[in-house]
Write a protein that binds this ligand. Sequence first.
Ligand code: OOB
Length: 558
Amino acid sequence: MLEHCTPWPESFATQYLRQGYWKTESLVDVLEARAGAAPDRVFVSDLRGNLNYGKIDRLANHIAMHLLGLGLKRRDIVLLQFPNVREFVIVFFALQKIGVIPVMCLPHHRARELSYFAELTGASAYLFPQQHRNFDYLPMARELQAANPNLRHLVALGDGTEPGIAYLDEWMTEDAPVREPTRELAAHRPDPFEVAFMLLSGGTTGVPKLIPRTHVDYLCNASECVRALRWDANTAFLVALPAAHNFPLGAPGMLAALVAGGRVAMSASTEAETIFEAVERQQPTFLGVTPALLISLLNSPLREKYRLDSLRHIYAGGQKMLPELVEQTRKAWPFASPGHAFGMAEGLTNLSRPDDPWCDIVETQGRPVSAADEIRIVGDSDESLPVGAVGELITRGPYTIRGYYKSDTYNRQAFTGDGFYRTGDMVRLHPRGNLVVEGRKKDVINRGGEKISAEEIENLILGHEKVHMAAVVAMPDAVMGERSCAFVTLRSGKSLTLTELTAYLEKKQIAKFKLPERLEVVDSLPLSGMGKVSKKDLREVIAAKLESEGMRAGSCRN
Ligand code: OOB
């Protein structure tokens, strides 16, 4: 396994293989098997049309040859930051074909996050869109390259003439005279037990963590989702959330669709109309969204304009979907059954099953997809709690990582001595075996499914010359579930506004969703018995304040 990653202990690996949870095959083997068996079957569709398995496989070979031509090779790490376009799928598999490991960056990551990933991994290439949601990536790419000498190659979506940039459109024509790919690529095939890509953790720490996922573990994750959801070749998953996120990527998502021999439809954005249009035109059967996105779809006046009845299932994940939202979804779209995806990039995926009793779908967040997932609900000293009690969920299994990349010290805290990942989620076991998420132990703000590490933002705020102390906490919000609120104490005689603070943070080039949406300037921060800032008290203060202002949702940015 790649250096600085934690492999599963030998005894577990042997057992997962023997029991068939791990199969000695890579993502490339699965794609090629599907392309060989049904080359004409559609794998990817978007508004530009359909691409079948054979074509995706050929294009991936073709691009892989170009990537080799650049000098990329097995175990090199690259930053991949594509939006939801067909090239995402093609380039993802092209990288897999030659064992190059992409860090799955999200389109909203900015220079600060990307630079950190590049430095940590020694990434040798950055693959990016030129423009996406009114942001110009090219200047950022140049900046990144200047700051990270390892980043030798810049590969942009589309075409262009800038020097020093490789343009993907020039590689996309299958007929260009490159050498015979299939034979040459045979020498570069990835090892199924090797890291296939790295996901990003929602993270509780000052800097985001990288999550190395191997071919065998991720294929196990995807296959177990296929089994739990009874997907088959007729399943079409609509990728509406950013494709690089674990939910649309494979839990269940695109790679589960591949395992099932099904199809993925791409929605270019999370705008309600774009999603509706994608459903009407591309006829997906399965939609995966966050509860916040689901609310925006339900609230959109445009929903009556489109035919959405190809959908059989609408699953929400990333954040708890409350019972009222489950009921509302079923009422709005009676042809589709709602469900929960309670997953994490570190591994464990819990899903509600299509045949769960209705009350379980309303009240619970589903259960682990694999019989090999071990879960425990524990108290503060890791003691098992009686059934029905609320405690922290810890887990290990054939597709849950045993350690973050290059994080030896943090790993000792995030994993138990016997390899269980501490999810930081407070859950209880429902009498019929599903899990109910009751809260969170970790210091994260979950803004509509996007995770904000309080510590990361506090550290940045503390850099402001007027700030003395800072604490970032979640405040309740009707649509997003939570938004972030910064409490600060100031240096004597200073004043600070939210606009000033966010302008300062924006200069730090962080993803926009991490910016605090409210600032509370206070004389002092409340301390807990242990002398630490009491975030519980601060959350209560801001919730009460919002309540009295009677403005839970209205005046915040979306
Ligand atoms: C998904 O993955 P991440 O890595 O962005 O976030 C994981 C965390 C969980 O530990 C939990 O705190 C929260 O997000 N979460 C949920 C939830 N789904 C995720 N909390 C309550 N209810 C849910 N349904 O968010 C993710 C990965 C795969 C599938 C779905 C979501």
